[in-house]
Structures are given as C-alpha cells and as structure tokens.
Ligand binder design. Sequence first.
Ligand code: PLP
Length: 385
Amino acid sequence: MTRRVYLDHNASTPVHPEVVAEMLPYFNEVFGNPSSVHGFGRAAREGVDTARERIARFLGVVPEEIVFTSGGTESDNLGVKGLALARGRGHIITSQIEHHAVLRTAQALQAQGFDVTYLPVDQYGMVDPDHVKRAIRPDTIAITIMHANSEVGTVQPVAAIGALAREHGLVFHVDAVQTFGKIPIDVHALGIDVMSFSSHKIYGPKGVAGLYIGRGTKMVAVQHGGEHERRRRAGTENVPGIVGFGKAVEVRTREMPAEAERARALRDRLWEGIRLRVPEVRLNGHPTERLPGTDNIVFRHVESESIVLGLDLKGVAVSAGSACTSGNVEPSYVLVAMGVPIEWAMGAVRFSLGRSTTADDIDYVIECVEPIVRKLRQALPVGAA
Ligand SMILES: Cc1ncc(COP(=O)(O)O)c(C=O)c1O
C-alpha cells in the first residue's frame, strides 16, 4: 500500500478523536434548539455556552464577545462588512495579500461607496506599519490585516498596526484563521477590536467559526432573522459544531505550546532537506516570523501542479501555490504581491504540517520531491532550464 502523508493542514485538518466523542451526543440526544425554553433546548444551550466559555478563556476575553458563525469566510464578511456598515461610509485600509474572504468583501464595499486602500507587502509578505500610518486619512474608519497568510505563513506585525489603530481611533479587524490555536494571540496586547478565527484549521469540525467583537465596538449584523448571538448573527446555532469547536480549542490549549515547537523543527527539517538536495529552490515567506508548520517552496522552471500531482501519486498531499483559472495557470496573487518573479512563482508548493506529521514523514517527502522535480526539469525543452 502506498504510504499516505498529509501536508495540507492550512487547508483543513482531521477532527480530533476527543472532539468527535464530545460532538456525538449533540446529534441525537441533545438535539434541542438552544432557543427553546424546555429541557431539551436548555441542554443544547448549555453545550453552546460551555463552548463559548472555553473559547473566551483561551483568548482571555469574555464569552459575550464571541459570536459563532458558519466559517472563516462568514466571520470575515461579518467582521469587515459589520464594522463598515455600522459607520455608513469612509475609508478602509487592508493589504494586497488578504484571503479572498476579506479582499472580495472589501471590493463589495467599494461597490457600495466605501474607499479601500490595498497596501503592498515586502519580499517576505510583510506589511510595513509605516505604510499603514501613511495610508491613514481623516475619513479612515478601519484597518483589516490578516494575522498570518495561509500560503506563505508570514506573521504580520499586528501589535504595531493595532497601536496605530488605537492612536487614530480606528477599528482594527484581524483575520486570524491561520494563527488561532497555532500561536498565542493576546487580543488586548495586539490592539485587536474584531477577529475572525475558525474551527476546521485546528482539528475541529467544518461549518463553524467565531468572530471576536470587543465590548463597545460598533457593529451591525449582516445576516438578519432571529435574536441569536445577541442579534449579531441570526440563525439557529450549529450546536454539534459549536460543541466540537469548543472541545478543539480545549485540546489546543493543552497541545499548542509543544506542538508549535515540534512543527517549527519539522518545517525547518523539510526546507533544509529540500534545499540541500534540489537545486534552484527558494523559500517564500519570512524566514523566522512564519507559522510554525508552513513551508512555501518554489521550484524554478517547474509548474507547481505537476509537483502536486507527482507527490499525490506517492501518497503525499500538498497544495499548489498557483491556481488554474479557465485553463491558464496563474501565479498566486500573494507571491506576485511579494515580487516573486513569474518563472519562480509558477513552481510554488505549500507544505503545511500538523499534529500527526512525523520526522519520518518529512524524510519520505524530501526523498519523493527530488526525483519528481528532476524528471520534470529533464522534460523541459532544451534551453528552458
Ligand atoms: C486566512 C484565512 N482567512 C479566511 C479563510 C476562510 O476560511 P473558510 O474557507 O473556512 O471559510 C481561510 C481559509 O483557508 C484563511 O486561510
């Protein structure tokens, strides 16, 4: 049987067995609607409350500041639209490398009359707080910058940006979908007012996420209906999902410190192994200020899709840093914004490690990569390499 190695944890993670066990009764035993006043409803409400408390404790905030949503994308939509629409008009500062959930929300707001500045990033994918400062105008209402980029893993200087937001009385939204549960986040120290975070990136179920809304932050709802989530997000709660999310966070509280160290060491082992064996490779993202388990590596003169498919045949799951849109392979907009030359950017592969990744897995992947890239390069037309 082919060996299977999953190195795509930034895309999604398997649900932790303890999380599955905690969720199961909520499908057919504790199935009431948490808004119902009877015992069935109250039991479901208790499950939701416990999860909210666990998550609030993990973040060092109060439970009332947590709103449950259906995913990272919804949290970003609610976060950014909610704070913009509450102010009616104005200017928003963001970056060119945000996730589409923020970028396209910003574009939708532009269509409604808001003005948006998309800040550039440096070669490591880092936003310069000085650029943020210079972009602030009298009509600026908010800043939205991601904590870490999902493709290259660069962790942004959010504390410095948060301080600027405070100084200028601006709301600061942070998309922490890739950092929540992976590195410590102190929302108060970082000056964060609103923050998106998700369950399925940290061994919780899909279809559930959270939005932290700091007390006193002016926001409006985007989804209308009942009085759920203190009128900030209407709709019957995904009780099993929320319970699972709460458990996943509890497990992360226990595992995160050691896991982050382990992932960092394995990440460096992978890059070193590939760098020593394969010529013409480059590591994207910040060399140190980077997510513990993320290596985005470019292989010059090779198309990333071919490497992804070659590795898939070896049972290794990774993701391509380029996207195939209408038959044409396009380099990643994140790498383009970082100034990575096209002939490099086309060969970007993201390896994202997780709690089940072993040193043995990493060595196997290094061994697989070298011949795949060598053969792809040999197949190139003469003079291309
Ligand atoms: C930084 C970031 N924001 C938002 C999202 C959207 O999350 P989802 O696709 O789970 O809705 C992702 C997903 O990868 C992400 O990495």
